[in-house]
Design a protein around this ligand. Structure first.
Ligand SMILES: Cc1cc2nc3c(=O)[nH]c(=O)nc-3n(C[C@H](O)[C@H](O)[C@H](O)COP(=O)(O)OP(=O)(O)OC[C@H]3O[C@@H](n4cnc5c(N)ncnc54)[C@H](O)[C@@H]3O)c2cc1C
Length: 293
Protein backbone atom coordinates (compact mmCIF):
# COMPACT_ATOMS: atom_id res chain seq x y z
CA UNK A 1 0.00 0.00 0.00
CA UNK A 2 1.22 3.54 -0.77
CA UNK A 3 1.95 6.21 1.83
CA UNK A 4 -0.64 8.94 2.28
CA UNK A 5 1.00 12.28 1.25
CA UNK A 6 2.77 14.16 4.03
CA UNK A 7 5.12 17.12 4.50
CA UNK A 8 8.70 16.12 5.20
CA UNK A 9 10.88 18.09 7.65
CA UNK A 10 14.65 17.73 8.10
CA UNK A 11 15.65 19.77 11.16
CA UNK A 12 19.34 20.12 12.00
CA UNK A 13 19.00 20.66 15.75
CA UNK A 14 16.84 19.61 18.69
CA UNK A 15 15.53 23.17 19.00
CA UNK A 16 14.26 22.94 15.43
CA UNK A 17 12.69 19.52 16.10
CA UNK A 18 10.77 20.85 19.10
CA UNK A 19 9.78 23.99 17.22
CA UNK A 20 8.36 21.86 14.36
CA UNK A 21 6.62 19.50 16.79
CA UNK A 22 5.19 22.50 18.65
CA UNK A 23 3.82 23.94 15.41
CA UNK A 24 2.11 20.76 14.22
CA UNK A 25 1.16 19.00 17.47
CA UNK A 26 -0.57 15.64 17.05
CA UNK A 27 -0.31 15.91 13.25
CA UNK A 28 3.47 15.36 13.41
CA UNK A 29 5.75 12.43 14.28
CA UNK A 30 9.51 12.06 14.42
CA UNK A 31 11.31 9.14 12.85
CA UNK A 32 14.88 7.87 12.48
CA UNK A 33 15.21 4.71 10.35
CA UNK A 34 11.49 4.61 9.58
CA UNK A 35 11.49 0.79 9.72
CA UNK A 36 8.51 0.70 12.11
CA UNK A 37 6.85 4.03 11.44
CA UNK A 38 6.66 3.76 7.65
CA UNK A 39 5.17 0.27 7.85
CA UNK A 40 2.52 1.52 10.26
CA UNK A 41 1.76 4.50 7.97
CA UNK A 42 1.52 2.28 4.89
CA UNK A 43 -0.82 -0.08 6.75
CA UNK A 44 -2.92 2.99 7.72
CA UNK A 45 -2.52 2.06 11.39
CA UNK A 46 -1.09 5.54 11.99
CA UNK A 47 -1.54 8.77 10.07
CA UNK A 48 0.53 11.97 10.27
CA UNK A 49 0.48 15.05 8.06
CA UNK A 50 4.08 15.93 8.99
CA UNK A 51 7.06 13.60 9.36
CA UNK A 52 10.19 14.89 11.06
CA UNK A 53 13.40 13.12 10.06
CA UNK A 54 15.83 13.14 13.01
CA UNK A 55 18.88 11.97 11.08
CA UNK A 56 20.52 15.43 10.72
CA UNK A 57 20.27 16.20 14.44
CA UNK A 58 23.87 16.03 15.63
CA UNK A 59 22.94 16.12 19.35
CA UNK A 60 21.39 12.64 18.93
CA UNK A 61 24.34 10.95 17.24
CA UNK A 62 27.41 9.08 18.43
CA UNK A 63 28.53 6.16 20.54
CA UNK A 64 31.03 6.90 23.30
CA UNK A 65 32.11 6.04 26.82
CA UNK A 66 31.60 8.61 29.58
CA UNK A 67 33.03 7.58 32.93
CA UNK A 68 31.59 4.15 33.69
CA UNK A 69 28.80 4.34 31.11
CA UNK A 70 28.52 3.51 27.45
CA UNK A 71 26.41 6.24 25.82
CA UNK A 72 24.48 5.28 22.67
CA UNK A 73 22.98 8.25 20.83
CA UNK A 74 19.40 7.94 19.61
CA UNK A 75 20.50 7.81 15.96
CA UNK A 76 22.78 4.79 16.39
CA UNK A 77 21.54 1.89 14.29
CA UNK A 78 21.62 -1.74 15.40
CA UNK A 79 24.32 -2.31 12.75
CA UNK A 80 26.52 0.53 14.04
CA UNK A 81 26.14 -0.75 17.60
CA UNK A 82 26.95 -4.35 16.64
CA UNK A 83 30.07 -3.26 14.78
CA UNK A 84 31.30 -0.57 17.17
CA UNK A 85 34.69 -1.38 18.72
CA UNK A 86 33.67 0.78 21.70
CA UNK A 87 30.53 -1.30 22.33
CA UNK A 88 32.36 -4.60 21.77
CA UNK A 89 35.09 -3.59 24.22
CA UNK A 90 32.90 -2.13 26.96
CA UNK A 91 29.51 -3.88 26.76
CA UNK A 92 30.22 -6.99 24.66
CA UNK A 93 26.94 -8.77 25.38
CA UNK A 94 24.98 -5.84 23.99
CA UNK A 95 27.08 -5.81 20.79
CA UNK A 96 26.32 -9.54 20.41
CA UNK A 97 22.57 -8.94 20.82
CA UNK A 98 22.61 -6.16 18.21
CA UNK A 99 24.22 -8.47 15.68
CA UNK A 100 21.14 -10.72 15.85
CA UNK A 101 18.33 -8.14 15.75
CA UNK A 102 16.02 -8.57 12.75
CA UNK A 103 17.80 -8.83 9.38
CA UNK A 104 20.63 -6.81 7.85
CA UNK A 105 18.28 -4.38 6.06
CA UNK A 106 16.44 -3.51 9.27
CA UNK A 107 19.67 -3.37 11.29
CA UNK A 108 21.24 -0.99 8.78
CA UNK A 109 18.44 1.59 9.09
CA UNK A 110 16.68 0.83 12.38
CA UNK A 111 17.85 2.52 15.56
CA UNK A 112 17.89 1.26 19.13
CA UNK A 113 15.98 4.39 20.21
CA UNK A 114 13.29 3.73 17.59
CA UNK A 115 12.98 0.16 18.79
CA UNK A 116 12.51 1.26 22.42
CA UNK A 117 10.18 4.16 21.61
CA UNK A 118 7.91 1.93 19.52
CA UNK A 119 7.74 -0.69 22.32
CA UNK A 120 6.67 -3.60 20.11
CA UNK A 121 6.73 -6.44 22.66
CA UNK A 122 8.50 -8.94 20.35
CA UNK A 123 11.76 -7.09 20.65
CA UNK A 124 15.27 -8.11 21.74
CA UNK A 125 16.92 -5.12 23.47
CA UNK A 126 14.63 -4.31 26.44
CA UNK A 127 15.24 -7.41 28.60
CA UNK A 128 19.04 -7.25 28.31
CA UNK A 129 19.08 -3.48 28.84
CA UNK A 130 16.96 -4.06 31.96
CA UNK A 131 19.35 -6.73 33.27
CA UNK A 132 22.24 -4.35 32.60
CA UNK A 133 20.55 -1.53 34.55
CA UNK A 134 20.54 0.80 31.54
CA UNK A 135 18.99 4.26 31.62
CA UNK A 136 17.23 6.26 28.93
CA UNK A 137 17.80 10.00 28.77
CA UNK A 138 14.67 11.77 27.57
CA UNK A 139 14.81 15.33 26.33
CA UNK A 140 12.01 17.88 25.96
CA UNK A 141 11.85 21.69 25.61
CA UNK A 142 11.79 21.73 29.43
CA UNK A 143 15.10 19.86 29.85
CA UNK A 144 16.30 16.30 30.36
CA UNK A 145 15.30 13.45 32.66
CA UNK A 146 16.61 9.93 33.13
CA UNK A 147 14.28 6.91 33.18
CA UNK A 148 15.53 3.43 34.08
CA UNK A 149 15.01 0.96 31.23
CA UNK A 150 13.18 -1.24 33.74
CA UNK A 151 10.48 1.43 34.14
CA UNK A 152 10.32 2.66 30.54
CA UNK A 153 8.10 0.11 28.77
CA UNK A 154 4.68 0.02 30.41
CA UNK A 155 2.83 -2.29 28.02
CA UNK A 156 2.67 -3.00 24.29
CA UNK A 157 3.35 0.17 22.29
CA UNK A 158 3.18 2.22 25.52
CA UNK A 159 6.12 3.80 27.31
CA UNK A 160 6.84 6.25 30.11
CA UNK A 161 7.82 8.87 27.48
CA UNK A 162 5.65 12.00 27.51
CA UNK A 163 4.37 13.28 24.17
CA UNK A 164 6.81 16.19 24.08
CA UNK A 165 9.84 14.04 24.92
CA UNK A 166 12.37 12.37 22.65
CA UNK A 167 14.86 9.66 23.52
CA UNK A 168 18.24 11.44 23.38
CA UNK A 169 20.50 8.58 24.42
CA UNK A 170 20.70 5.18 26.09
CA UNK A 171 23.27 4.80 28.87
CA UNK A 172 24.55 1.32 29.75
CA UNK A 173 26.95 0.68 32.65
CA UNK A 174 30.27 -0.57 31.31
CA UNK A 175 30.67 -4.28 32.05
CA UNK A 176 33.42 -4.56 34.69
CA UNK A 177 35.75 -7.45 35.38
CA UNK A 178 33.84 -10.11 37.32
CA UNK A 179 30.57 -9.27 35.56
CA UNK A 180 28.99 -11.19 32.71
CA UNK A 181 25.79 -10.74 30.73
CA UNK A 182 24.14 -12.81 28.03
CA UNK A 183 20.98 -12.90 25.94
CA UNK A 184 19.33 -15.95 24.41
CA UNK A 185 16.22 -16.02 22.21
CA UNK A 186 14.15 -18.28 20.03
CA UNK A 187 11.48 -17.67 17.44
CA UNK A 188 10.29 -19.01 14.12
CA UNK A 189 8.93 -15.69 12.84
CA UNK A 190 11.01 -12.58 12.14
CA UNK A 191 10.86 -11.38 15.72
CA UNK A 192 11.64 -13.35 18.89
CA UNK A 193 8.89 -15.50 20.44
CA UNK A 194 10.73 -15.43 23.77
CA UNK A 195 13.97 -13.81 24.91
CA UNK A 196 15.88 -14.30 28.15
CA UNK A 197 18.62 -12.13 29.61
CA UNK A 198 20.95 -12.84 32.49
CA UNK A 199 23.61 -11.05 34.45
CA UNK A 200 26.12 -12.62 36.82
CA UNK A 201 27.93 -10.17 39.08
CA UNK A 202 30.80 -11.46 41.21
CA UNK A 203 31.86 -9.24 44.14
CA UNK A 204 34.57 -10.53 46.48
CA UNK A 205 33.83 -14.10 45.43
CA UNK A 206 30.07 -13.74 46.04
CA UNK A 207 27.71 -13.93 43.06
CA UNK A 208 24.49 -12.07 42.48
CA UNK A 209 22.21 -12.65 39.53
CA UNK A 210 19.85 -10.58 37.40
CA UNK A 211 17.28 -12.34 35.25
CA UNK A 212 14.77 -10.88 32.81
CA UNK A 213 12.38 -12.28 30.22
CA UNK A 214 11.51 -10.45 27.00
CA UNK A 215 8.88 -10.82 24.27
CA UNK A 216 6.77 -13.29 26.24
CA UNK A 217 4.69 -10.54 27.89
CA UNK A 218 3.66 -7.02 26.93
CA UNK A 219 6.72 -5.61 28.71
CA UNK A 220 10.02 -7.04 30.02
CA UNK A 221 9.51 -9.23 33.08
CA UNK A 222 11.99 -9.57 35.93
CA UNK A 223 12.31 -13.21 37.02
CA UNK A 224 12.39 -12.33 40.72
CA UNK A 225 11.19 -15.82 41.70
CA UNK A 226 14.32 -17.36 40.16
CA UNK A 227 16.57 -14.56 41.46
CA UNK A 228 15.30 -15.26 44.99
CA UNK A 229 15.70 -19.04 44.64
CA UNK A 230 19.33 -18.78 43.51
CA UNK A 231 20.44 -15.80 45.62
CA UNK A 232 23.95 -16.46 46.95
CA UNK A 233 24.20 -19.88 45.28
CA UNK A 234 27.68 -20.27 43.71
CA UNK A 235 27.67 -20.60 39.93
CA UNK A 236 28.99 -24.16 40.18
CA UNK A 237 25.96 -25.20 42.28
CA UNK A 238 23.33 -23.57 40.06
CA UNK A 239 22.47 -26.87 38.32
CA UNK A 240 21.13 -28.11 41.71
CA UNK A 241 18.52 -25.36 42.04
CA UNK A 242 18.14 -23.49 38.77
CA UNK A 243 16.20 -25.99 36.60
CA UNK A 244 13.34 -26.29 39.05
CA UNK A 245 13.24 -22.58 39.88
CA UNK A 246 13.25 -21.75 36.15
CA UNK A 247 10.45 -24.25 35.42
CA UNK A 248 8.27 -22.99 38.29
CA UNK A 249 8.81 -19.33 37.43
CA UNK A 250 8.19 -19.83 33.69
CA UNK A 251 5.00 -21.80 34.40
CA UNK A 252 3.65 -18.77 36.25
CA UNK A 253 4.20 -16.29 33.40
CA UNK A 254 0.93 -15.01 32.03
CA UNK A 255 1.17 -15.28 28.25
CA UNK A 256 -1.29 -15.89 25.46
CA UNK A 257 -1.20 -18.51 22.70
CA UNK A 258 -0.58 -16.71 19.39
CA UNK A 259 1.31 -17.00 16.09
CA UNK A 260 4.59 -17.23 18.00
CA UNK A 261 3.47 -20.41 19.77
CA UNK A 262 1.13 -21.78 22.40
CA UNK A 263 1.35 -20.40 25.93
CA UNK A 264 2.79 -23.75 27.15
CA UNK A 265 5.43 -23.73 24.45
CA UNK A 266 6.50 -20.18 25.25
CA UNK A 267 6.70 -20.98 28.97
CA UNK A 268 8.91 -23.98 28.13
CA UNK A 269 11.14 -21.76 25.96
CA UNK A 270 11.39 -19.23 28.78
CA UNK A 271 12.54 -21.91 31.21
CA UNK A 272 15.19 -23.29 28.86
CA UNK A 273 16.45 -19.93 27.58
CA UNK A 274 16.88 -18.34 31.00
CA UNK A 275 19.05 -21.29 32.08
CA UNK A 276 21.18 -21.00 28.94
CA UNK A 277 21.49 -17.23 29.32
CA UNK A 278 22.58 -17.55 32.95
CA UNK A 279 25.14 -20.26 32.14
CA UNK A 280 26.63 -17.99 29.44
CA UNK A 281 26.59 -14.96 31.77
CA UNK A 282 28.40 -16.89 34.52
CA UNK A 283 31.00 -18.12 32.05
CA UNK A 284 31.54 -14.54 30.84
CA UNK A 285 31.88 -13.28 34.42
CA UNK A 286 34.64 -15.81 35.02
CA UNK A 287 36.53 -14.79 31.88
CA UNK A 288 38.82 -11.98 32.90
CA UNK A 289 37.96 -9.01 30.69
CA UNK A 290 34.34 -10.13 30.39
CA UNK A 291 34.24 -11.86 26.99
CA UNK A 292 30.45 -11.96 27.07
CA UNK A 293 28.38 -13.60 24.40
C1 LIG B 1 10.97 -6.99 9.30
C2 LIG B 1 11.34 -6.55 10.70
C3 LIG B 1 11.92 -7.45 11.58
C4 LIG B 1 12.26 -7.04 12.88
N1 LIG B 1 12.81 -7.94 13.74
C5 LIG B 1 13.19 -7.53 14.96
C6 LIG B 1 13.82 -8.44 15.86
O1 LIG B 1 14.08 -9.60 15.55
N2 LIG B 1 14.15 -7.98 17.09
C7 LIG B 1 13.93 -6.69 17.46
O2 LIG B 1 14.25 -6.31 18.58
N3 LIG B 1 13.33 -5.81 16.64
C8 LIG B 1 12.97 -6.20 15.40
N4 LIG B 1 12.40 -5.31 14.55
C9 LIG B 1 12.16 -3.95 15.02
C10 LIG B 1 13.37 -3.03 14.72
O3 LIG B 1 14.31 -3.19 15.74
C11 LIG B 1 12.83 -1.64 14.68
O4 LIG B 1 12.01 -1.55 13.49
C12 LIG B 1 13.86 -0.52 14.61
O5 LIG B 1 14.81 -0.58 15.61
C13 LIG B 1 13.11 0.81 14.76
O6 LIG B 1 14.02 1.87 14.63
P1 LIG B 1 13.75 3.03 13.58
O7 LIG B 1 14.84 4.01 13.76
O8 LIG B 1 13.54 2.50 12.20
O9 LIG B 1 12.39 3.56 14.15
P2 LIG B 1 11.31 4.46 13.37
O10 LIG B 1 10.46 3.61 12.52
O11 LIG B 1 11.99 5.64 12.75
O12 LIG B 1 10.45 4.97 14.62
C14 LIG B 1 9.74 4.05 15.39
C15 LIG B 1 8.94 4.80 16.45
O13 LIG B 1 9.84 5.41 17.36
C16 LIG B 1 9.66 6.83 17.39
N5 LIG B 1 11.01 7.37 17.52
C17 LIG B 1 12.08 7.14 16.73
N6 LIG B 1 13.17 7.72 17.26
C18 LIG B 1 12.78 8.35 18.39
C19 LIG B 1 13.44 9.12 19.40
N7 LIG B 1 14.75 9.40 19.36
N8 LIG B 1 12.70 9.57 20.43
C20 LIG B 1 11.38 9.29 20.52
N9 LIG B 1 10.69 8.57 19.61
C21 LIG B 1 11.39 8.11 18.56
C22 LIG B 1 8.95 7.18 16.09
O14 LIG B 1 8.15 8.33 16.24
C23 LIG B 1 8.09 5.94 15.87
O15 LIG B 1 6.90 6.00 16.63
C24 LIG B 1 12.03 -5.69 13.27
C25 LIG B 1 11.45 -4.78 12.37
C26 LIG B 1 11.11 -5.19 11.10
C27 LIG B 1 10.50 -4.19 10.14
Amino acid sequence: MFLVPFTHHRPASLDEVFETLGRHGDDAAVYAGGTELLLALKARVLRYEHLIDLKQVKELSGIRVEGKELVIGALATHHQIANSDVVKAHVPAYAALSEEVANIRVRAAGTLAGNLAFAEPHSDPPSLLSAMDATLVLVSPGGKRAVPMRAFILSEFTTAREENELIAEIRIPVTAAGEGFAYRKFGHLERPAVGASAGCIMREGKPSYRLWFGAIGDHPLQATEIEDAIAGVPATSLPDVLPRAARDCAAGISTASDLHGSADYKQHLASVLIQRALAAACEAAQNKGGANA
